[in-house]
Design a protein around this ligand. Structure first.
Ligand code: FES
Length: 358
């Protein structure tokens, strides 16, 4: 069983501290990336670690970890090569790229080469259809690949190189990527990419320009401000708002007009319950919700209490045994078929004779 390093534990505390105290379970996704950054996948020990840190049970953590494909459930190579075989990339040759890599590496979907370098997977739309066929290595893009360029990339990876993606930052290992996905900056030089959008993404804009199509009121030369500029502009707007003179207060009439007998003057209704409901904190509200909604299942805990599965199995076997004892010795299927009434009319006849069939 893995013992996570002190650095991982410290980072786990930092992640949890990013969320409100009664919402700590929201930290589960980055925590799963964090444990993956240490082991290369989400192991049973990683699931247990997350459960412990967040006060959840292992079934709850496992349900999340198995839902998202970015959490790997078995040891993964240094480089996760994902080839898009979805519709757009497929018609452009994505399947051919995948098949070529699978044959060359001798692995199938979600399998890792013997040297532990490359895990291959086919992916469902990597959100870069305009660059298809695409593949990613640890989520960085290689656009417009064909079987030969894809082979070149994986061979360079296996020989220790780090080919430059078409867009995005420099390649890192899957563990290093998991640290970033957990929300920690990658300090390597060139780790953060810059650069504008590529021509395929701008194709629509170019066509609009070419045909004189524009959105009314939109100035295409509107400068894109940096965050510092945007913050400064927001601060100036706020200061200007505060500097505005307060609106003049209307003087109250000296004598309020009396409402007609029996009539209710507007704004004079006294609320039936003048005390606003006390705010309940989220945990209290959740507990109330749980109490008001009986579990739909067999009331067994969803968790991982020691021996729970074994006990459930024994209970199931015991109740199956009791049912078969009540039913008496079993008869061969043919015999049961022979004796079974064939229609509702026969059923009724059996019932009226005092039989037990219904
Ligand atoms: S279909 Fe391949 S990126 Fe969308």
């Amino acid at each position: 069983m893995t013992t996570f390093t002190e650095q991982t534990r410290e980072r786990a505390r930092e992640i949890v501290a990013r969320y409100p105290a009664d919402r700590s379970r929201s930290a589960l996704l980055p925590l799963l990336h964090l444990v993956q950054s240490e082991e290369g996948y989400v192991s049973p020990a990683g699931v247990e670690f997350c459960a412990e840190v967040l006060g959840l049970n292992k079934a709850q953590v496992g349900a999340v970890a198995t839902f998202y494909t970015m959490y790997k459930r078995r040891p993964t190579g240094d480089y996760l090569v994902s080839v898009c075989t979805n519709t757009m990339c497929n018609v452009l040759g994505g399947q051919e790229v995948y098949d070529t890599l699978a044959e060359h590496l001798g692995v199938g979907h979600d399998e890792t080469t013997a040297d532990g370098k490359v895990t291959l997977e086919h992916a469902e739309c990597l959100a870069a259809c305009d660059y298809g066929p695409v593949m990613t290595v640890n989520y960085d893009f290689f656009d417009g690949v064909d079987p030969q360029t894809a082979l070149g990339v994986v061979e360079e990876l296996r020989s220790g190189g780090r080919p430059m993606p078409t867009r995005g930052a420099r390649l890192c290992t899957l563990k290093e990527m998991a640290v970033q996905l957990a929300g920690f900056a990658d300090e390597r030089e060139g780790a953060v990419a810059d650069g504008g959008p590529g021509e395929p993404s701008l194709r629509g804009l170019r066509l609009a320009e070419q045909h004189g199509i524009s959105v009314p009121g939109y100035d295409p030369n509107t400068p894109i401000r940096s965050k510092a500029e945007a913050d400064a502009a927001a601060a100036r707007a706020k200061a200007a708002e505060q500097a505005k003179p307060a609106p003049a207060v209307k003087p109250e009439p000296a004598v309020k007009p009396e409402p007609a007998a029996g009539a209710e003057a507007p704004g004079t209704r006294i609320p039936a319950d003048p005390t606003p409901p006390a705010p309940r904190d989220a945990q209290e509200a959740e507990a109330a919700g749980v109490a008001a909604n009986a579990p739909a299942g067999d009331r067994k805990p969803a968790g991982d209490e020691a021996g729970a599965q074994e006990r459930s199995l024994k209970e199931a076997e015991a109740s199956a045994g009791a049912r078969s004892a009540l039913a008496g010795p079993s008869r061969p299927r043919e015999e049961r078929a022979e004796r079974a009434p064939q229609s509702r009319a026969e059923n009724r006849a059996v019932a009226s004779e005092g039989g037990t069939q219904k």
